[in-house]
Design a binder for this molecule. Structure first.
Ligand SMILES: [Zn+2]
Length: 229
């Protein structure tokens, strides 16, 4: 039985360091989705009454911080591919994974679509498939299931890490006796509020107690399922 769980976090902000320390404590891995054109970019905004610090790690720091974890692309300047014409989609994707591959020293073949809602369309998946080295791409529309993706370029996460549904999915995952995949995504800056860090610690603790469950990066899952190297 393949009982797999995976984590995918977007934007490469400074809070990733705190999550990585927690993941290391449990011996877990994860995938981090970065925009190569925005390293070191300092930004903050107000969301739901909270002041959000959205400072991205510098390229030098990222190289150290993400050692041992998977880095995937997130578009060069954090753009919504669904809103772009063909030429601009390629410009957002190709130089991004090339820059990340050079910086991190391995071929980056994963991507998380930037922006919320429906952030990709048929044109973007066709371009990824035919004109790029990207092999999987995650969106933000939650499946609410423990299913493996039907199409790796339209990979739905199971749930957001702070979703009300995460607890139910964890219980299902604990009990599952068939092949299944629990896919949790989010942004680490979101964990600064609503007891996010405590809730994350509880999730990691629960996962660490499930016998036979294996933590993988997104790319490891892609390879496991497709048999590609
Ligand atoms: Zn993002």
């Amino acid at each position: 039985m393949k009982k797999i769980f995976t984590f995918s976090f977007d934007d490469g902000t400074v809070q990733d360091k705190r999550l990585i320390a927690m993941l290391k404590k449990y011996g877990f891995t994860a995938t981090f989705n970065l925009s190569s054109g925005l390293f070191g970019y300092e930004y903050s905004f107000d969301m739901n009454g909270h002041h959000v610090v959205h400072t991205r790690l510098s390229a030098e720091e990222a190289k150290e911080v993400y050692k041992g974890f998977e880095v995937a692309a997130h578009t060069r300047t954090h753009n919504c591919l669904r809103l772009l014409p063909r030429k601009e989609i390629i410009e957002e994707v190709v130089p991004d994974y090339i820059a990340l591959s050079e910086l991190f020293g391995y071929p980056v073949r994963g991507l998380a679509y930037a922006w919320g809602g429906t952030n990709y369309d048929r044109l973007s998946t066709d371009i990824l498939q035919n004109d790029t080295n990207i092999r999987y791409a995650r969106n933000v529309e939650e499946s609410g299931t423990l299913n493996f993706p039907e199409n790796f370029l339209e990979w739905h996460p199971s749930a957001h890490i702070l979703s009300d549904d995460t607890d139910r999915l964890l219980s299902e995952f604990e009990k599952a006796e068939n092949d299944c995949l629990l896919y949790i995504w989010g942004h680490t800056f979101e964990l600064d509020f609503d007891n996010g860090w405590e809730r994350t610690e509880k999730i990691l603790e629960r996962l660490s107690e499930i016998e036979g469950a294996v933590c993988m990066t997104n790319m490891q899952i892609y390879r496991e399922i497709t048999g590609e190297k």
